[in-house]
Design a protein around this ligand. Sequence first.
Ligand SMILES: Cc1cc2nc3c(=O)[nH]c(=O)nc-3n(C[C@H](O)[C@H](O)[C@H](O)COP(=O)(O)OP(=O)(O)OC[C@H]3O[C@@H](n4cnc5c(N)ncnc54)[C@H](O)[C@@H]3O)c2cc1C
Ligand code: SF4
Ligand code: SF4
Length: 1024
Amino acid sequence: MNAPLPVKVTRETAAHAYETVAQISNEIAGRLAARLASETEGEVLFSTADRGRYATDASIYQVMPAGVFVPSGAPDVKTALDICRDMGVPIVPRGGGTSQCGQTVGAGLVIDHAKHMRNIIDVDAAHRTAEVEPGIVLDHLNAALRKHGLWYPVDVSTAAQATLGGMAGNNSCGSRSIAYGNMVHNVLGAQAWTSDGNLLQLGAFAGSSGKARELGNYVRTLAEELQPEIHRLWPTVMRRVGGYNLDIFDPRSERPYTADGSVNLAHLLIGSEGTLALTKSLTLQLAELPKAKVLGVVNFPTFYRAMDAAQHIVKIGDGTLTAVELVDRTMIELSLQNPAFATTIRSALIGQPAAILLVEFSGASKAELLPHLKRLGELMGDLLLPDSVVEMTDDAPQKNLWEVRKAGLNIMMSLKGDGKPVSFIEDCAVPLEHLAEYTDALTEVFKKYGSRGTWYAHASVGTLHVRPILDMRREGAPKMRAIAEEASELVRKFKGAYSGEHGDGLCRGEWIKWQFGPQINEAFAKIKQFMDPAGLLSPGRMINPPGMDDTRLMRFPPSYKVIPIKTALDWRAWDVQNDPATEQTSAPGSGGDPAQGFAKAVEMCNNNGHCRKFDAGTMCPSYRVTRDEKHLTRGRANTLRLALSGQLEGMNARDAFTSDAVHEAMDLCVGCKGCKRDCPTGVDMAKMKVEFLHHYKAKHGYTLKDKLVARLPDYARWASRFAPLLNLRDKIPGLAALSEKLLGLSAKRSLPQWTTKTFFNQPPVTATRDEVLAAARPVVLFVDTFNGTFESGNALAALKVLQAAGYTVHIATKTIADGKHLCCGRTYLASGMVDEARAKAKELVKALLPFAERGIAIVGLEPSCLLTMRDEMLVMGLGEAAQTISQHALLFEEFLAREAADGKLDQLKARLQPADQAILLHGHCHQKAFGAVSPIMDVLRLIPGAQPELIESSCCGMAGSFGYEASHYEVSMQMAELSLLPAVRRQPDAIVVADGTSCRHQIRDGAQREAVHVAVLMARQLQA
Ligand SMILES: Cc1cc2nc3c(=O)[nH]c(=O)nc-3n(C[C@H](O)[C@H](O)[C@H](O)COP(=O)(O)OP(=O)(O)OC[C@H]3O[C@@H](n4cnc5c(N)ncnc54)[C@H](O)[C@@H]3O)c2cc1C
Ligand code: SF4
Ligand code: SF4
């Protein structure tokens, strides 16, 4: 086997592309890569890691593509299509890759439309239409439409990731489809290339001509011939998305495809899953943004009663009812356990309901909608469930609850162990009058196979999502087939649709024939043949699909194996198995993971793509900047999974884990912990990066820069004596450039300034250990390396505020004085030096335990340092003592906010002078990850008249030493420019509060403004 080569073929390397790719894959892939690189402007990604990152979507399947192409625009797609036709290479079009059934996995060339093909071509507000490129994400389109008072109302749960091209491909359906319909009901036209290179203009059949007209005539003839068969077998529910839309001339959907009953040829592409043509653009029917919404959350004592009630609820509202969505008990429980969702879900509950239905009414004003909410309460009374409705009329709580509902599947997927909720019958649609009976019967089927399902989603249209828990590495595949067969019988009995939302893909392809019968299936094959005679577009999907249980196509086939690793951190919490019927997990460490739980933690990524987001939250700053799959939490998790399971071909598994391919994927991870909080399954890439670096550096060695950064806590006190000398780096021309050359620290960056007088070498006199242990209002202040060395003023300010508030403050010191300060080990962790970090943490634990045991708060200033005590220190083998400390470790603002809430800060409040400037707050990523931003707001509000404003920002981009490094400087600045720096510039007179040392540095470098720690601002406001 040849040595692995990182294959990123560029125009410059095009001449050698063939050799490079052919060496690691095959001859055709080599020629394909070479031609793409020389004939297009797009990105040509043919390395094993790149292909592996595009081998999966949110389904259980995995198929390695021959290569990946990221077109720079429409002309590139056309050229790629021509090249593939020439060479006979199949094409798999892709948007966000969030399909649940394997639609985007396949051999051939994957074309990723999401990175560049995302322009809005035109908006016609008067006629409420928009023309868009296929790669635009729904949320981004809707953000642009807001100013017109319009939106595109097919509001899929994946709105922040799903592209319009992908939504059209799958005939996607939103939570409000009862009011607006599916994609097919909301597309007016499409431009699309067929595999022969023709660009079809698809729109109203009446006005069509040329090839489009021919297509229409052909389909009409087929449909007319099969009319009796279509009338006999075609599901008449609105939520039928399986097969091609052969019924456009005689719609069988409950809801007509067009408002005026006309025929639209673009509808043939909707739900065709990339098998008929490549979409170049779509013309969309927009809707007016609802001016007001109210929500009634109905709490049910049994699941059956919730299901039975749906058919009655949909009848109320006089046309204002826009959604009836189910959340069942299991999902309620999982939401309660998730810190991001717990408070929200609690606000919707009355007691401990078995299920809740979210019933939404939309209209011109809240006043107009309130009677419908009242009517909902009355209806529930009639159904013998009085007082079961939680009314939500304000927008914010409604929005929060919808976020929980939208995250439903992801929340479910957070179950640890090899058994996972699997999607294959997750969206069968049945008429509402049979919903209760159907769900009851299917639950019995699950029981029969030793599993159970969690139910949620679209009760309004009879499409309930449910995924039985199956272990695909063991007996999952045969069980999946057995359950599918029984489920299909139920669907037939209740005259429903087997594929009601997510499409066919690999898991439902074989059921198309079952649903529509052999004759209609044959007609589908003829449509495919007519449009794609060469069989170039996603072959083996829709027509002649493989078996759903073909384990050769699965991500976790029975042959899946993980390499043994001795981990540096403790990952045993992930190394468990679960009971599919009870969802109970076994003891930590008992899951049988040869990588001691690390592989199972990595495998928690189910590829749903939630990390491809740009809205609120932190995840994932590197992707927000590059839009590369490689720099996405999902891409990283996939790369690690492929490496750990020996699937990075050309390398043995042990080398693969510490390979450059993995390093490349991890390189731009800033360790912001955004994913720890925002990823619904809790993929904690920051921690994984520490583990990875530990192994990578052990093999490849530490650079001088690594050592300088990591060991800063050890030499800081000594080095500060030479402050004037060290500061010359930023003063004498040429020295910064030299430091870039020697150390890799960007010459464009200033470095933190050393001072000879620091908090550490001239500490103020404070309470001793014994004094604080005996004090009535004790607190221990942990001063970290940064605030104790470079910004001593922050530590002094914190001390001043705490003392002004009446606390006896002790500065944490080592139990045995050795001239060094206490350190949490953060800088070592960031470099992968886990053993050194553990040694530091041990000292810290020893010093702080007596205080924690007495319940005394340990207060810190630097978020990344203090929060290490609540995070990494718990997985470094430090036992119960570390746990005890973590329970008492608080950020300065968390402590003050807690004390204020307990009414203990009156003395401090009385001394605070009013604010006379606006206050802007930027939260450090780790503060965000630990929900510690609102306490800063609470503390700032203690200042009379203060109205702090939170900057909606992701990571500042500095992230410890990341932004100082020459190789990361550009990306670092781009991260800051996403929202932080523009927000700071917009308010030139505001005080900017940022608790992170590196955040403040980034703000200084990028916006030339001095941000302050909250402690400093509080101290400034103190009256003498
Ligand atoms: C957690 C979760 C929740 C979901 N919730 C919903 C939901 O509420 N409603 C719903 O309907 N679906 C839902 N889905 C499924 C999925 O998100 C949607 O189908 C989504 O619209 C797919 O968009 P995408 O950009 O990821 O498309 P992809 O998955 O990338 O592609 C979808 C299909 O479109 C084809 N395609 C993509 N671009 C083109 C193009 N330019 N030309 C031709 N074909 C193309 C692909 O080949 C594929 O067959 C959910 C999935 C997950 C993981
Ligand atoms: S990392 Fe998390 S959010 Fe991203 S795809 Fe994986 S599971 Fe989803
Ligand atoms: S830690 Fe931050 S940068 Fe790294 S993968 Fe998670 S969200 Fe992205």
